[in-house]
Design a protein. Structure first.
Length: 238
């Protein structure tokens, strides 16, 4: 009985040590992967990584991770050659195959969500227009000022914000903002001037993890919510 008790105690101690080492290893790996993703994407904001599954060490030795969750804040992506900020991006990567040197990995599939605040959408308009919630999903309110024959006129319109296919052969999606109706008030050229300020397209996929693409969007009081997904998504590495 004494020998059995010693064996049990040793087993418990070794088990606790293994769990402790495993949790230290996963924490270290999460920090390293976060740093590499941030460096690869050139991110200005914060990056958090959570690796799921236990034990981690056996997954690492096989170079296969079941699931990795990624949370980015203050993401800057390219939009028509300029920077556009995503307030937050969350993604879940499944079936991650790690590179041979553990510098990164590629996921069989991934899905996620993103948020663009109205302040960031206003900056992305690049026309001086101000955007806010339009009172219904998929609607935004756009306020712009135009000069007409020396007079400065301010107009607000309700616009539809939608995800449409990019017009070029490369594929992809673009975010399109279009005013539903612009009161002309009988003033020649007024609608055209207002639409120059309120209507715009932005391709924001450049800068996202390679393989992760926009699939849907909607809007509410918080901002514009993006839905993303893809296969063979590169998380980090060369």
């Amino acid at each position: 009985m004494r020998i059995l008790r010693v064996v049990v105690i040793i087993s418990v101690v070794l088990g606790a040590l293994f769990v402790g080492v495993d949790r230290w290893a996963v924490g270290y790996a999460e920090n390293q992967l976060a740093d590499r993703i941030q460096a690869r994407q050139g991110l200005a904001g914060s990056t958090e990584v959570e690796i799921h599954g236990f034990p981690f060490l056996t997954q690492a030795l096989s170079h296969d991770l079941d699931r990795v969750d990624l949370k980015l804040k203050g993401v800057e992506v390219a939009a028509e050659g300029r920077k556009m900020r995503l307030s937050e991006l969350r993604a879940s990567f499944r079936g991650v195959r790690l590179d041979g040197d553990y510098s990164g990995g590629t996921a069989e599939r991934a899905e996620g969500t993103g948020l663009i605040t109205y302040a960031d959408l206003t900056a992305a308009s690049q026309t001086g227009a101000t955007l806010s919630y339009g009172g219904a999903p998929g609607k935004v309110k756009v306020t712009a000022s135009v000069d007409l024959a020396g007079r400065k006129l301010s107009r607000s319109v309700i616009s539809t914000i939608a995800l449409v296919d990019a017009p070029d052969a490369k594929g992809g999606k673009i975010v399109r903002v279009r005013a539903e109706e612009v009161p002309g008030e009988g003033i020649p050229g007024l609608e055209r001037l207002v639409r120059r300020q309120t209507d715009f397209d932005r391709n924001i996929e450049s800068g996202l993890p390679a393989g992760l693409q926009l699939s849907a969007l909607t809007s509410d009081e918080a901002g514009v919510h993006l839905t993303l997904g893809g296969s063979n998504v590169v998380m980090a590495g060369s």
